[in-house]
Design a protein around this ligand. Sequence first.
Ligand code: G3I
Length: 331
Amino acid sequence: MTLKQSYSGIFQIGATISDRMMKNEALKELIKSEFDVITNENNLKPINVLDFEKSVSDLTKYNESPAVKFEHLRPELDFIRDSKLDMRGHTLCWHNQTPDWLFYENYDIKGKLADRELMLKRLENYIASVIGWMNENYPGQVTSWDVVNESITDEGGVRDRLWYKTVGADYILKAFTFAKKYAPEGVKLFYNDYNCWLPDKKRGIINLVKQLKEAGVVDGLGLQGHINTSMNIELYKQTVRDYFSALGLEIRITELDIDMPGNCDFEYQGKYFRDYMKALIDLKNEGVNIVGVTLWGVTDDLSWKSGKNPLPFSADLSKKPAYFGMIEAAK
Ligand code: G3I
């Protein structure tokens, strides 16, 4: 049984893909058989989609609607389509991995920051362009979007970066409102964040997502899950329960990887993966609406935390104890 077969009827199992993975046919076959849903690790982020040269080449045309490019994404998008997998769009609005020039008048970082009115136009047009292009070229492929990523600080406030500075704190609500306007019906809109167990951050995220829910523009909460084996699983479990009881929205673990502080002990990591997944299944059984768990990567060597071996597959595609721990939890 593969991961997706083992979790069929419980929740979806997903993974990220990147450029390098698309060159490995054996890895692509493994992804097809193990996972239900795919996230592009980097290529759909604003920094990779926004086209500076084109945007500045014709300001009359692009000043309010920045130019976008997608050709670099084709191998990943074709693979997802041909494999008949779902796709999570990551991400439309993020303080990070968005080029500074986007926030300046005439896209000139030596000049002045653009005002709220102009930035709201750029935000709306960017979201419309990305959702529109995906919809036209890969209809039905994106089943959910991480609309806004990581906007709440560990202290619970809205992060003071360029979206906040130019638009104000309501850029988050605006981004969701635009995504709702352009996304096809049935596509789920998520707020996504990390370190979700920190009490102040949890309070901040709940306050924010409640407002989005009242406005009718959010469907789900993405809890990232970059953790290590010293994380208390009971605390994690209670955290997920708290979000669900406060918000009543669907919940996805969107970016799971579990490394080990100190020495690598793959057997111990395997047991931790098992207990962590078991905790999520228990929550699901008690009524918490967990709809999926996505691994942030597939094999250890290509992980953003590659030195720390946080994933269930080794570089040679062999299954680690972490893989068997995940399978065992679902039995
Ligand atoms: O592709 C370039 C390459 O051409 C260049 O030579 C090299 C030199 O540094 O950089 C390469 O790009 C890097 C890219 O990963 C691909 O490897 C970027 O510098 C690097 O910043 C980027 O890091 C990514 C990071 O987000 C920032 O976008 C990680 O791969 C990616 O795993 C990570 O993912 C984030 C989620 O989007 C949000 N949540 C946290 C998560 C982990 O940080």
